[in-house]
Write a protein that binds this ligand. Structure first.
Ligand code: MRU
Length: 357
């Protein structure tokens, strides 16, 4: 299924907030539309958020008119609006920085049409790179799995969360092609239910056997000996390997360690943030309490009940058996193995950034 498209009249996105009940595409014609779609989880998943924002910037420049101030001012307003949508997934900032580099290089030399085309080309390049990275990391990851594997996952790190193929689900897809997957245990992923709504739907479409469990059943399923490995996606991987991913991931990592199961993170290099030293420095998004109090209008608790709704948690690096990337499976010590990838896909350092501009 296509998650994102771009034409002369804006961006078309698959509205993931309606899945699996409705498969509906919505058109974003303004930066406010794109920012709203990201904030409201119509578009979600770290890699897809990044590439959608990149297309958003290309669209903003295509719509530039002199009345809006200078072109760099217009670009900066759009960039800032997109950057303010969701703080945790580093792919958003990685994509915006890449687009900013292209804009700054093109600005002094090109016409508005040329700059618009260069930005659109860059976003299209990111889209293609993401699909290729996912396919490569899927191949690398499937080698870790034996025939008959039973994999537990959380949230949706699939084709829906990316430009195609998926990260954690990319590994599962590549393994399934080799008939290695016996079963996927999909945690429902309260409160937004990405596991129940998206992962189950996506895997069922591909005829990969999937069983849905409530998040609080994961320990028991492991105790029953029904899990061989846990594979999750990532929103940001710090320089020491600490990883931000959907709330509940840390709990699964602790459970996997207790049950002596391998716990893998699958992510493209665009998810590395070597400027961020450790997990404690990663900003964790807190979302509206109504996501916990109610679901699609149905109230679960006392109206206005006090709630805490962090959208992500941080898994410490020592609980991660391996980080599956398009360049191979990275193993501890992550401070060494991740650092080799400085500059190759991940965000550049502040000094590199200065030099480029
Ligand atoms: O809040 P979401 O749905 O955007 O959270 C998504 C996740 O946590 C995914 O696991 C992560 O972005 C990796 S997607 C390949």
């Amino acid at each position: 299924m296509k998650t994102l498209d771009f034409d002369n009249d804006g961006i078309v996105i698959l509205d993931q907030s309606l899945l699996p009940d409705k498969v509906e595409y919505v058109r974003c014609r303004t930066i406010a539309d794109v920012a709203g779609a990201i904030k409201n989880l119509k578009v979600r998943g770290a890699p897809l958020i990044g590439v959608t924002a990149a297309f958003g910037l290309a669209m903003a420049l295509a719509a530039y008119e002199n009345s809006q101030g200078t072109m760099p001012e217009h670009f900066e307003r759009a960039r800032a609006q997109l950057a303010s949508t969701r703080p945790t997934a580093v792919n958003l900032f990685w994509a915006l920085e890449r687009m900013e580099r292209v804009f700054k290089e093109a600005y002094n030399n090109g016409s508005r049409e040329q700059i618009g085309k260069l930005l659109k080309d860059e976003a299209s390049k990111m889209f293609a790179e993401d699909v290729a990275a996912n396919q490569a990391l899927g191949e690398n990851g499937q080698e870790l799995l034996a025939a008959g594997s039973r994999i537990m996952t959380i949230c949706n790190a699939g084709a829906l969360a990316t430009c195609g193929y998926g990260t954690a689900l990319g590994v599962i897809r590549a393994a399934a092609r080799r008939s290695k997957i016996n079963r996927v245990w999909a945690c429902e992923t309260r409160p937004v239910l990405q596991g129940a709504r998206l992962t189950v739907w996506e895997l069922a479409e591909d005829r990969i056997p999937v069983t849905l469990i409530c998040d609080n059943m994961a320990a028991y399923v492991m105790q029953l000996g029904q899990v061989d490995a846990v594979i999750v996606g990532a929103d940001r991987i710090a320089a020491n390997g600490d990883t931000a991913n959907k709330i509940g991931t840390y709990g699964l990592a602790v459970l996997a360690a207790y049950h002596r199961l391998p716990f893998y993170v699958a992510a493209p290099l665009s998810t590395l943030d070597l400027q961020t030293r450790a997990g404690s420095d990663i900003p964790v998004e807190e979302r509206s309490g109504d996501e916990i109090r109610q679901y699609r209008g149905a109230q679960f608790t006392v109206p206005g009940a006090d709630v805490f709704n962090p959208a992500f948690d941080i898994t410490p690096q020592h609980l991660i058996s391996g980080i599956i990337t398009e360049k191979g499976v990275l193993r501890p010590p992550y401070l060494e193995t991740l650092n080799k990838y400085q500059g190759s896909g991940n965000r550049c350092s502040a000094s590199q950034r200065e030099n480029q501009f």
